[in-house]
Design a protein around this ligand. Structure first.
Ligand code: MSP
Length: 513
């Protein structure tokens, strides 16, 4: 129990509306990482959740004619349904309105205040409600929010607040960045953050005297700033300072996190403010922060406020969530923006999934039925199939968020197996009576497909399970890779059971949706 587990998190999502495919993106990435880890280490702990405080949510609740708590409660089922729709295997789901979280945030506030990292002051400045961010006058563009995706009007605030002494951590942050050039990825984001540190940090206001929706300032007026509140979820969820000893033990086991996955727009909070808060609390920084690029729609960031969003439920129903998971991680390297278009999903579905993978399974099982009486023949070696080092490469790529590389590596095996069929022409071997060569070819196909089901399981859990079933294997392809990915484990005599195509032609899928 004392053994460390791989701790991976997603951002906690604002429940100011319904989820869109951009939210599913980061969560799917974290899920693939958690599932892979469970097959390559022993354990993973995967946290996701919702960010429920802040002015924007209070305003949306008012517009909806509901109390903020009732408003967020009404939206939660939709956010949890997203996890089911995408086969997400999170171990925990934190809401910032959970008692465990609110208690932890107040405790953090008190500790930092006792240590002198939080002090009272007067806040006068510009606030963007949409981004829940304070901006200095010098950063505004034409008097508006400088975030190019927002550019909304900012409000002048003047109030007595509490401040976090961020400036005191400037040097330590710089030293940390310089000593660990990999701790923020991709490198472009690292460089942007480094430039912010080099230009000097100001202290930040971390309370809102005039707001009432949020976590109350202990022994004071107003509520704690939504970002200070939200970042702490990564430790309050796993039992930091919990009254429960078992929870505290979980914290000891899991912290520091292995990786926070985030969207690139929230890198400043996670790589500058968050480590400083942790250091103030006497805790270690997370081992890594990896930022994804944006899903765009006609070159603009997809976002609720722009209204240019793709419904993740509809798209999963149309193509299956396995195919959407595959598309999201195959289409572009993780740190890059890319356009989400239905045509692009259709292309991947038909080419990679239908033609390459689905047909490979289908052709193989048809031939095994025809030439081998529906049974896996006796084991033979892997000949020149590209399996050497494959599992190790995928196991290294996934934790680094190089999902696309991992899938490309796996696809080399898909391609090689298809090529083997085209070149060895089993139907001719059969005609010529070359049974040994025919059986060897069939074995390599079955065993190669077994490898594919195991390797693809983190990416496409339901489809790989279906492959597994059709290949006639017992249980599940979610197995420890060190034991499952050894060549020759497909047992002679296993009865295959060809079923419906893995990725049916789209017209059928659409009709059936
Ligand atoms: N609540 C804060 C995060 C607090 S974390 C301590 C927040 N929430 S959010 O709902 O606005 O979005 C969070 C995340 O959703 C982004 O950082 C990103 O991971 C994901 N995405 C939202 N829109 C996206 C795209 N269009 N494209 C890719 N990811 C997107 O910020």
């Amino acid at each position: 129990m004392s053994q460390r587990a791989f701790y991976v998190t997603t951002p906690i999502y604002y429940v100011s509306g319904n989820p869109h495919i951009g939210h599913a993106y980061t969560t799917v990435a974290a899920d693939v990482m958690a599932r892979t880890t469970r097959c390559t280490h022993e354990t993973a702990h995967f946290l996701t959740g919702t960010d429920e405080h802040g002015q924007k949510i209070a305003e949306n609740a008012r517009i909806a004619g509901l109390e903020p708590q009732a408003f967020v409660d009404s939206l939660i089922p939709r956010w949890k349904a997203l996890l089911d729709a995408y086969q997400i295997t999170n171990d925990d789901f934190i809401r910032t309105t959970d008692e465990r979280h609110e208690r932890g945030v107040q405790r953090a506030f008190e500790i930092l205040r006792e240590r002198g990292d939080i002090y009272p002051g007067k806040y006068e400045g510009w606030y963007c409600t949409n981004d829940e961010t304070f901006w200095p006058e010098s950063k505004l563009i034409d008097g508006r929010c400088p975030n190019q995706e927002c550019r909304r009007e900012v409000k002048w605030l003047s109030e007595d607040d509490w401040f976090f002494r961020l400036s005191a951590y400037n040097e330590r942050l710089l030293a940390h960045f310089k000593a660990h050039p990999q701790w923020v990825r991709p490198h472009r984001v690292y460089n942007e953050m480094l430039a912010i540190l080099e230009s000097g940090l100001d202290d930040i206001s971390i309370t809102r005297a005039t707001l009432s929706w949020g976590i109350p300032v202990p022994g004071g007026e107003g509520v704690i700033y939504v970002w200070f509140d939200a970042l702490l979820n990564y430790i309050t969820a796993i039992g930091w300072e919990s009254p429960d000893a078992a929870q505290r033990a979980l914290f000891e086991r899991l912290w520091p996190a292995n990786v926070h996955l985030i969207g690139k727009e929230i890198a400043r909070f996670h790589t500058i403010i968050w480590p400083a808060v942790l250091w103030g609390l006497g805790l270690a920084e997370p081992a890594g922060v990896i930022a994804n690029g944006w899903l765009t729609f006609n070159e603009e960031k997809m976002s609720k406020s722009k209204g240019n969003v793709v419904d993740p439920f509809e798209i999963a129903q149309r193509f299956t969530s396995d195919a959407v998971r595959y598309f999201l991680l195959r289409e572009a390297p993780f740190g890059q923006d890319f356009n989400f278009s239905e045509e692009a999903v259709v292309r991947r579905y038909q080419a990679d999934l239908g033609n390459d993978l689905g047909n490979l399974l289908n052709r193989t099982l048809t031939m095994v039925e025809k030439y081998c009486d529906g049974r896996v023949p006796a084991p033979v070696d892997a000949a020149n199939l590209p399996i050497n080092g494959l599992a190790e490469r995928v196991a290294a790529s996934v934790p680094a968020c190089d999902f696309r590389d991992a899938l490309e590596d796996i696809w080399q095996l898909v391609t090689a197996l298809n090529k083997m069929i085209d070149e060895s022409k089993p139907w001719e071997l059969r005609k010529r009576g070359e049974t040994t060569a025919l059986d060897a070819c069939m074995y390599r196909l079955c065993e190669g497909l077994r490898w594919l089901a195991v390797l693809l399981h983190p990416f496409m859990p339901a489809k790989s399970q279906e492959m597994w079933r059709q290949l006639g294997f017992a249980q599940t392809p979610a197995q420890p890779w060190t034991s499952a990915l050894r060549w020759g484990l497909a047992e002679e005599g296993t009865r295959v059971s060809k079923g419906v195509p893995l990725f049916p032609r789209l017209e059928t899928a659409v009709e059936g949706a």
